[in-house]
Design a protein around this ligand. Structure first.
Ligand code: PEP
Length: 262
């Protein structure tokens, strides 16, 4: 059984201020020794990137942004490019988060078109040496209709078709069922394990080495007290954490749960 290092990613979404970011960063950094066996990365709002970079440089904690443009530069008001992320030392970037899919520029676009845009963003991040964390998950309606695997397979296949399976060796996947995000209703460890296993097996058809290597995170209402059973599942390699990443002690508990499961 291959050992994959767990990763815990904290998505701050559009929360906080420079003073609350400082308190949060200090709280996490002072306890960093307690989760040394896990990789940890923080995703602040982009305006706080410089502050986060200054605080985390020299520590084992990485950082990144919550989105990026599929274009390198130009007339794309409000967008942030992959070279800009490199300017601020970002190791990772979140791609295809459901809140981007459902709420913003993506409005009105067909889900299939969106999957192609996500594949383009993935390609842009990879070209610039930034590790994309691709978020995939079914909506409550798709869940009720039993379409989980269909939705996941569609995006995974497009990413592989557009970039080649070898590109996945420099990527992370996050299974994020939309019905579990911010609802307090996490998927059960067994449900998440089944979906993660489905994702890994889908990749294995193209390349067994990449399938064994790729980290697959679970995201959706992970807290300090439900993290350990989720992370103990064989195909769950850590978590993408929203709400609970805004509280240093809660977030540290989750990082510890990942660290002890190695
Ligand atoms: C997320 O934003 O990716 C997320 C999983 O949020 P939460 O942990 O709050 O459900």
């Amino acid at each position: 059984m291959p050992v994959r290092k767990p990763l815990v990613a904290g998505n701050w979404k559009m929360n906080g201020s420079s003073s609350s970011a400082k308190i949060l960063l200090d709280g996490i950094l002072t306890q960093a020794k307690s989760f040394q066996s896990a990789d940890v990365a923080l995703f602040p709002p982009s305006v706080y990137l410089q502050q986060v970079q200054a605080a985390l440089s020299g520590s084992a904690i990485s950082w990144g942004t919550q989105n990026l443009s599929q274009f390198k530069h130009g007339a794309y008001t409000g967008e942030i490019s992959a070279p800009m992320l490199n300017d601020f030392g970002c190791k990772y970037v979140l791609i295809g988060h459901s809140e981007r899919r459902c709420l913003y520029a993506e409005i009105g676009l067909d889900q299939l078109v969106l999957d192609y845009i996500i594949a383009e963003k993935y390609s842009m991040a990879s070209q610039e040496g930034i590790i994309p964390i691709i978020c995939i998950g079914e909506s409550p309606e798709e869940h009720a209709q039993g379409k989980t695997e269909e939705v996941i397979a569609r995006l995974l296949d497009i990413v592989i078709e557009q970039n080649g399976v070898s590109a996945l060796s420099q990527a992370v996947l996050a299974y994020e069922p939309v019905w579990a995000i911010g609802t307090g209703k996490s998927a059960t460890p067994e449900w998440a394990q089944d979906v993660h296993s489905f994702m890994r097996e889908r990749i294995r058809k193209h390349d067994p080495v990449t399938a064994d290597k790729i980290q697959i995170l679970y995201g959706g209402s992970v807290k300090g007290d439900n993290a350990a059973p989720l992370f103990s599942m064989p195909d769950i390699d850590g978590g993408l954490i929203g709400g609970a990443s805004l509280d240093a002690d809660e977030f540290v508990k989750i990082c510890q749960a990942a660290s002890f499961n190695l």
